[in-house]
Design a protein around this ligand. Structure first.
Ligand code: FMN
Length: 292
């Protein structure tokens, strides 16, 4: 299916874009208007864009329904300060409640049952329950259009962070396994980060991987190995040499059993290499594949 964005309704665009560009982290923005009224709203059009200077951007859109602007946007125009509170699994239902369209002047801290904690550099309060809070000054607000659905980029410079000790490791670094972020997908779908569904991918770092194009042909064109498997194999600096000390009973058995049928032998070796790659035993997988 091919979709031309220009010919679609806003609701269709929203569907295809928000289901595709996902998961999106959720920023819980605390703002204040010039009269001191506090507002708290979640935004998933949000991300980190710079380390130095430390910049995050979130985007309160013009409402699709009636093209009005959100209180958060009005507030940052009046008082260019915001606390960005990171939302985790413990907070998701209250956070969702805070996204109700309460009238201007209604404090969503109170409606959603969160605790206001005074910030140290800016006027809007922090969400006490959030495990990471960032005190920010708004450096620019960039409207992306005037029609319903148009975003407004709020560029925020982070001046100070508050990190809950419960998510730190013994070196005072954030332990990714302890911060159970939630993220927004399309429609009503969300996902959560926890130990069961996160994994590590080793960085190629300074060494250049040989690349999939430089893999031996029988590996590159394997009917068994997936794109991920090829990616792992091609992350070596050069095609490894056969290691004569590599002894493996399973490889021996495959050789014995399939000696009369080279095609099946290759298939079995690739299946075994794949099992090893699934366990991140890349060196061993290479030796199995080089044996053919
Ligand atoms: C998880 C979540 C993410 C959201 N992300 C956005 C967003 O990125 N942009 C937006 O305009 N509205 C977003 N919304 C809807 C706003 O939170 C909602 O319109 C809110 O009531 C705006 O409040 P305000 O008018 O007090 O600023 C999101 C809602 C939820 C629950």
């Amino acid at each position: 299916m091919i979709l031309d964005l220009a010919n679609m309704s806003n609701l269709e665009r929203q569907h295809y874009l928000q289901h595709s560009i996902a998961p999106r982290p959720v920023c819980f923005a605390s703002t204040i208007d010039k009269d001191g009224n506090i507002n708290l709203s979640p935004f998933s059009f949000f991300n980190l864009f710079s380390i130095n200077p430390p910049i995050v951007i979130f985007s309160p859109s013009r409402r699709l329904r009636d093209n009005t602007t959100k209180h958060t946007l009005q507030n940052v125009h009046e008082v260019p300060e915001v606390v960005i509170n990171i939302v985790d699994y413990d907070m998701i239902h209250q956070t969702s409640l805070a996204s109700c369209e309460y009238p201007k002047g209604i404090n969503e801290f109170i409606k959603a049952g969160f605790t206001q904690e005074p910030a140290t550099l800016v006027r809007p309060p922090m969400v006490k329950e959030s495990k990471v809070k960032m005190e920010c000054r708004v450096i620019e607000i960039k409207p992306l259009g005037q029609e319903a659905g148009a975003g407004n980029l709020v560029l925020c410079e982070i001046m100070r962070m508050h990190v809950d000790e419960s998510i730190l490791d013994k070196n005072n670094k954030i332990d990714q396994r302890k911060l159970h972020h939630i993220a927004r997908l399309g429609g009503d779908w969300y996902c959560v980060v926890n130990e069961k569904n996160i994994f590590m991918v080793e960085k190629p770092n300074t060494q250049l991987g040989i690349g999939v194009d430089a893999l031996p042909e029988h590996i590159r064109n394997s009917k068994v190995l997936s794109g991920n498997d090829l990616g792992k194999l091609a992350n070596v600096q050069s095609v490894p040499d056969i290691d004569p000390s590599f002894q493996d009973d399973k490889v021996k058995n495959i050789f014995q059993y399939y000696s009369i049928n080279p095609e099946e032998m290759e298939n079995e070796l690739h299946v075994y290499a794949k099992e090893l790659l699934d366990k991140n035993l890349v060196k061993e997988a290479w030796q199995v594949l080089l044996n053919f």
